[in-house]
Design a protein around this ligand. Structure first.
Ligand code: DX5
Ligand code: ZN
Length: 223
């Protein structure tokens, strides 16, 4: 029986829910809440029916002095074409979806060669088995708990068994990738995901709309 210790919980606020006229100020709120991670949602209008922002925004936030861990979630049909620009712009971790067709192991290896951590992402309709062969190659697995494309959607509790499966494989194989959830996460849903094995929690709406962001951050840290 493997007794790999659980990773400490990390809250990664999604800048998608921040103030797009003042992203530096929204980024500063994350640091002021005592957090170390910022989640950046990159959308191409093809893989998801929405557009967000590109590498220049990451570079500008770095120039403005942000030292946060940039957890960069690429919702792109051809993510392998954009790895270098995001790494150069200051990404700390780059996660890419399993659904589009490209050489996934090569792209994951390339992310590490560029000096970043890597992650693989599953849409709600994609089973855990789709990424099982890749689990030994990644620093993070991101389980979408909404259909990606927009903030402010409702959490899908039917993703909890997928988390349990991934957590079980992680333990049984002695792997230590982080297990992240993204979409509709508030404190109660984060707790349910934590019980299912998740250790990294993206929160857009619930963080940026919170009356007391440091208190929300502290509550996640206590889980
Ligand atoms: C959805 C994005 C999420 C989103 C989360 O496509 O990947 O990161 O910003 O926002 P909330 O927490 O509002 O669901
Ligand atoms: Zn995301």
């Amino acid at each position: 029986m493997c007794t790999h210790p659980m990773h400490a919980p990390i809250l990664a606020p999604s800048l998608l829910a921040g103030d797009h006229a003042n992203l530096a100020a929204s980024t500063a709120l994350v640091a002021a809440a005592g957090l170390t991670w910022l989640h950046l949602d990159i959308m191409d209008g093809h893989f998801v029916p929405n557009l967000s922002f590109g590498p220049e925004v990451l570079a500008a936030l770095r120039r403005a002095g942000s030292k946060l861990f940039f957890d960069t979630h690429l919702m792109l049909d051809e993510p392998h074409r954009y790895l270098e620009p995001f790494a150069k712009a200051g990404a700390s971790l780059i996660s890419i979806h399993i659904e589009p067709a490209y050489d996934h192991p090569a792209a994951l290896a390339r992310i590490r060669t560029l000096g970043c951590q890597n992650g693989i992402v599953l849409n709600p309709g994609t089973p855990a088995a789709a990424i099982e062969p890749l689990l030994g190659l990644v620093d993070l697995v991101l389980v979408m708990t909404v259909q990606p494309g927009f903030g402010g959607q409702s959490f899908r509790a039917d993703m909890l068994p997928k988390l349990r499966q991934l957590d079980q494989w992680r333990t049984a194989r002695g792997l230590d990738f982080r297990l992240e959830v993204d979409g509709g996460i508030d404190l109660a849903h984060a707790a349910a995901c934590r019980a299912a094995g998740a250790d990294t929690f993206v929160a857009g709406t619930s963080f940026f709309r919170a009356a007391d962001q440091p208190a929300f951050a502290a509550a996640i840290a206590r889980m």
